[in-house]
Ligand binder design. Structure first.
Ligand code: AMP
Length: 396
């Protein structure tokens, strides 16, 4: 069985074709700058990369190019599109409707569209990817996996905001969370690594990438997570501010004469590491600049670390303890010093790193000291594999 995993964004389509027998990646690629000058596709097969530069007017043309590339006689990995048994789509927001992956039908599509009010940047292009694939691969089942689904187990007192209750009733204003597929994957994996049932564990999973979130996983279920109604709340991120006094929003809008859209853009795209450092949203650039003595880069780094620490502390309190902490995603898997800083001075919680074991990038490794009460792990995330596994389960 072969499953194509699609992550369709506003101007890009990320894809992986996975052979489910061996769970191996046959091909992975990216179509970018859709509808913009300089559009291109890059695909990797067994470490060999190809690039195609051509005009890609819309997602339909982009997806046709993906299929052509996958089935190309010389560079392709399948001889016909009919070999693709199912397509698994990453959908950011499933709102209150979805607590697991589903086979897509008209009703599912309508609900994804309805949830677009909560994820206006993500759900519309996700839906566009689904519709294009339905048209180009009518033989294949389409499956949706929601970033918010894992967090549907959060208790009411955690997912509610202390706003007038009518706002929840009228507009479904509440915490939904995101990165659920990743948090679920690494939580399950760490339980396996520890040879303990996940139902017996209290785990804090730190997904630290360009977008970043922390989740408290209690007895195998998401209990709390740092992202909220939208992926803006919580940690300091590449370009997102994370937690903020809500009163700062109208204050800034008035002082800077910004409309709601402009304010939203400021908080989502001009803040975080980029906004503080004035240099870059990329943690590697921030790390280098800080090492050269740039004070604002150092401040951005310290704020990032401090916020993660704060969430680890509060989730430990909320769960009345923690058995394991997991670092994943670009920063979590690779930034050795940053993990060290996050875990420093947490010995009162029983958290101690082993600096030799921590000298690792992108490989599943236990990095805590032998005497640490809390196990600390690096676990590379694999959201595509979760989506493919869910799709396989549903069509089986
Ligand atoms: P992601 O969104 O998961 O792809 O993660 C992207 C982030 O990971 C960017 O901020 C990168 O700078 C960061 N990153 C990747 N490799 C490293 C590294 N070796 N050290 C520090 N940060 C890294």
């Amino acid at each position: 069985m072969k499953i194509l995993v699609i992550n369709s964004g506003s101007s890009s389509i990320k894809y992986q074709l996975i052979n489910m027998k061996s769970e191996s990646v046959l091909a992975k690629g990216l179509v970018e700058r859709i509808g913009i000058e300089g559009s291109r596709l890059e695909q990797e097969v067994n470490g060999e990369e190809i690039e195609i530069e051509q005009e890609i007017a819309d997602h339909g043309v982009g997806m046709e190019l993906v299929i052509d590339t996958l089935t190309n006689k010389e560079t392709g990995v399948i001889s016909s599109v009919d070999e693709i048994n199912a397509v698994g789509h990453r959908v950011v927001q499933g709102g209150k409707y979805f607590d697991k992956s589903v086979i897509i039908d008209q009703d599912v599509k309508e609900k994804i569209e309805e949830c677009a009010t909560l994820a206006p940047l993500h759900n519309p292009p996700n839906l566009m990817g689904i519709e294009v694939c339905e048209e180009l691969m009518p033989h294949a089942k389409q499956i949706a996996t929601f970033d918010s689904a894992f967090h549907q187990t959060m208790p009411e007192e955690i997912y509610m905001y202390a706003l007038p209750y009518e706002l929840y009733e009228k507009h479904d204003i509440r915490r939904y969370g995101a990165h659920g597929t990743s948090h679920k994957f690494v939580a399950k994996k760490v339980a396996k690594e520890m040879s303990q049932p996940i139902e017996d564990l209290k785990i804090i999973t730190c997904h630290l990438g360009n977008g970043a979130s922390v989740t408290a996983v209690k007895n195998g279920k998401s209990y709390d997570t740092s992202m909220g109604l939208t992926p803006l709340e919580g940690l300091v991120m590449g370009t997102r501010c994370g937690d903020l006094d809500p009163a700062a929003v109208p204050f800034i809008m008035e002082k800077e004469d910004l409309n709601p859209q402009e304010m939203d853009d400021l908080m989502n795209n001009e803040s975080g590491l980029k906004g503080i450092s004035g240099i870059s949203s990329d943690m590697r650039d921030i790390g280098e600049a800080a090492a050269e003595g740039n004070e604002r880069a150092q401040l951005a780094l310290d704020m990032f670390v401090g916020r993660v620490k704060k969430y680890i502390g509060s989730y430990t309190a909320e769960m009345n303890g923690v058995d394991a902490i997991v670092f994943t995603a670009g920063i979590g898997e690779n930034a050795i010093e940053l993990r060290e800083q996050i875990c420093s001075n947490l010995d009162y919680l029983g958290i101690e790193l082993d600096s030799v074991k921590n000298d690792v990038r992108g490989a599943t490794t236990e990095i805590s000291a032998d005497e640490s009460n809390v196990k600390v792990y690096v676990i590379p995330t694999n959201e595509e594999l979760v989506i493919a596994r869910d799709a396989k389960k549903l069509i089986d």
